[in-house]
Design a protein around this ligand. Structure first.
Ligand code: TYD
Ligand code: MG
Length: 455
């Protein structure tokens, strides 16, 4: 019989160590190692092989070109926004963690997805938090098909696997992983050790049987999921469901994905009929005041595979401080500092005695350089207290020599903005369209000074 393992586990991050340590080598927290009895190295008993975690078949050596490169089999979640974030649907045998603050809509979206998927395969929804009555009432209110989905109220990972071995579902939701526990582990439920061991146990089951495993994880105030590093190396895909400034909308984004890109955004609206996907979300963050205001301009970001229109706001005011403030929301602060230096050197505009605040409206986070030009134009507009035209937008990277560099997908960005009624654009010359776009006047610029002249 397998012997039980004793280990020291960091209560902050779940890092494991054979001996006690004063400081955790992973998360650097002090005095967080607690002795935990982890039970026998638990592995579901399916298939009898695969005890070592080796997922392939014993096919012997192959050269790289002999390896079968067929794509992992996938199936749809039933919502194209979710599929997009997953990288094209669920991958069989993968473990997906869905994180978000309480109330983000994790349970709602997963219930919708499972009711849909259950129409074509065995599906199991395990709830450790809400009662089955609550969930059934919600499903009924949302008008979901409820006749096929199997429900289980359970918090023991071993019991869940025992049920799954009988039912053989193709997909399992665990809502939430934070309330799951393993009998063999003598740490308190909810603690990092329990969460980690349960997740590892369920994930091994999923891998061995080709089941899709969806783990719900609540995020704490500091945006960590039950200890930051606990689960991220166990699971294949981590998806965060976040709120936006507009309380109706939810943004879904993969922060880790072994089976796809991590920069795809999925956008949903929380309605009284559940989570509805927003199919054409490029302009949902635009809700400007009708009269022009200084310091505001539209830019077009590229999120994954599609454009997203955002408003960038700057506020520039006389600084009372020796060291003026550079504050950004949704944009890298160092990037703003760099842009302001370029503005001084290559635009002749000084901000060294000014506090500069920059905000990307709607809670959007800019992760690319295409918002550089618009950011600087917003700063100049605020500094001069002179509003830019409402129908103007700009994008482009600004280089250290004051050059305006082209960005990817310029054509698509221009077309999308034109579709939403914008009539004037300032963009890198190389992004100027070869064929004119109807109703849109495009000014191409090489240098920052040309862009400043254009406004
Ligand atoms: P829920 O899915 O329970 O969030 P989570 O599982 O992430 O904690 O969503 C709860 C919130 O969503 C709650 O504030 C009520 C709201 N909601 C709606 O607005 N419409 C709906 O149809 C449903 C089911 C919930
Ligand atoms: Mg929930």
């Amino acid at each position: 019989k397998a012997k039980s393992r004793k280990a020291y586990v960091c209560t902050e991050c779940g890092s494991e160590s054979a001996k006690w340590q004063g400081q955790c080598p992973d998360c650097k927290a002090w005095n967080t190692f607690k002795e935990v009895n982890l039970g026998p190295a638990a592995s579901p008993s399916i298939g009898a092989t695969n005890k070592s975690g080796f997922a392939g078949t014993l096919s012997g050596l192959q050269t790289l070109n002999e390896v079968d490169v067929a794509e992992a089999p996938r199936f749809s979640s039933g919502t194209s926004e979710f599929d997009r974030v997953l990288g094209g649907g669920f991958v069989k045998g993968s473990a997906v963690l869905i994180g978000g603050h309480p109330g983000a809509g994790k349970s709602t979206i997963l219930l919708q997805v499972l009711c849909h998927v259950a129409q074509s395969m065995n599906a199991l929804y395990v709830s450790g938090e809400e009662s089955l009555q609550q969930i059934a009432a919600r499903a009924k209110r949302l008008g979901l098909p409820t006749d096929r989905l199997k429900m289980l109220a359970e918090t023991s990972a071993e019991n869940i696997v025992a049920v799954a071995e009988q039912e053989k579902p193709g997909i399992i939701v665990i809502d939430s992983i934070q309330v799951m526990y393993m009998n063999g582990v003598d740490a308190a439920p909810g603690g990092v050790a329990q969460v980690k061991e349960s997740a590892a146990f369920l994930t091994r089951y999923a891998k061995q049987t080709g089941t899709v495993l969806l783990l719900v994880g609540h995020v704490t105030k500091d945006n960590s999921l039950a200890g930051p590093m606990t689960l991220s190396h166990i699971i294949d895909t981590q998806i965060m469901l976040g709120n936006t400034d507009d309380s109706r909308f939810r943004v879904m984004r993969a922060t880790k994905n072994r089976f796809g890109q991590v920069n795809e955004l999925g956008i949903f609206a929380m309605t009284e009929r559940g989570m509805k996907e927003v199919k054409n979300p490029s302009a949902i963050f635009l809700s400007r005041t009708p009269e022009p205001t200084s310091g505001s301009i539209i830019s077009v970001l590229w999120e994954g595979t599609r454009p997203l229109l955002v408003e960038i706001q700057a506020l520039v005011v006389d600084s009372q401080l020796g060291n003026p403030r550079r504050v950004t929301v949704g944009l890298d602060q160092n990037r703003l500092a760099m842009l302001l230096a370029i503005l001084t050197r290559h635009g002749g505009i000084f901000t060294s005695d000014q506090d500069v605040f920059l905000n990307v409206v709607g809670g959007v986070k800019v992760t690319e350089t295409s918002a550089d030009l618009a950011s600087l134009l917003a700063v100049v507009s605020s500094l001069r207290d002179s509003a830019l035209p409402q129908d103007l937008f700009a994008f482009g990277e600004v280089g250290l020599a004051g050059e305006i560099r082209p960005v990817a997908n310029g054509q698509e960005r221009l077309i999308e903005a034109a579709k939403h009624g914008f009539r004037r654009a300032i963009v890198p010359t190389a992004n100027k369209p070869r064929k004119p776009i109807e109703g849109l006047t495009v000014v191409g610029v090489h240098k920052l000074s040309e862009a400043l002249e254009a406004i």
